[in-house]
Design a protein around this ligand. Structure first.
Ligand SMILES: Cc1cc2nc3c(=O)[nH]c(=O)nc-3n(C[C@H](O)[C@H](O)[C@H](O)COP(=O)(O)OP(=O)(O)OC[C@H]3O[C@@H](n4cnc5c(N)ncnc54)[C@H](O)[C@@H]3O)c2cc1C
Length: 110
């Protein structure tokens, strides 16, 4: 990680990563380093209309072979290929709450 305006790179040990850097018009051409790496290594793919990442109805990222990866979830505008109306904050808020509730349920039953 490089803090804004700094030259130094920080290395952090992390259990979970939340990438909140948004998504731009062409999700592949303008990919953040994290998304570019997921695409390059086949752990993600662009949806057929090239408007976002390909994801499953439960927000799991779909890999290059079409398999959902439940450890990587995508919400907000980055999930617009699956949900389309997911740009306004009230929609994102509801989606985030639904996913958080599901993750807590899974964690509790694990
Ligand atoms: C013009 C406009 C008007 C809108 N009006 C409304 C409205 O009235 N009501 C409504 O509900 N929604 C509105 N929206 C939609 C809503 O603002 C967006 O869908 C929402 O903000 C997306 O949230 P996000 O967290 O995915 O991304 P963003 O809000 O885009 O957040 C991404 C953040 O990451 C930061 N960032 C990017 N790269 C880096 C980096 N390398 N290092 C550090 N930080 C980085 C950016 O500076 C930015 O702050 C509007 C959108 C636009 C463009």
């Amino acid at each position: 990680m490089r803090p804004r305006g700094a030259d130094r790179i920080l290395t952090l040990d992390a259990t979970r990563i939340v990438d909140c850097r948004g998504i731009r018009r062409d999700p592949q051409a303008n990919a953040t380093p994290l998304v570019a790496d997921l695409l390059a290594t086949g752990r993600a793919r662009i949806d057929p209309l090239r408007i976002g990442l390909d994801i499953a109805p439960d927000c799991a990222l779909i890999d290059a072979q079409g398999r959902p990866e439940p450890r990587i979830r995508v919400i907000g505008p980055a999930s617009r290929a699956a949900f389309w109306e997911i740009t306004a904050i009230p929609d994102i808020r509801e989606q985030a709450q639904t996913l958080a509730t599901e993750l807590i349920r899974q964690h509790a039953s694990a």
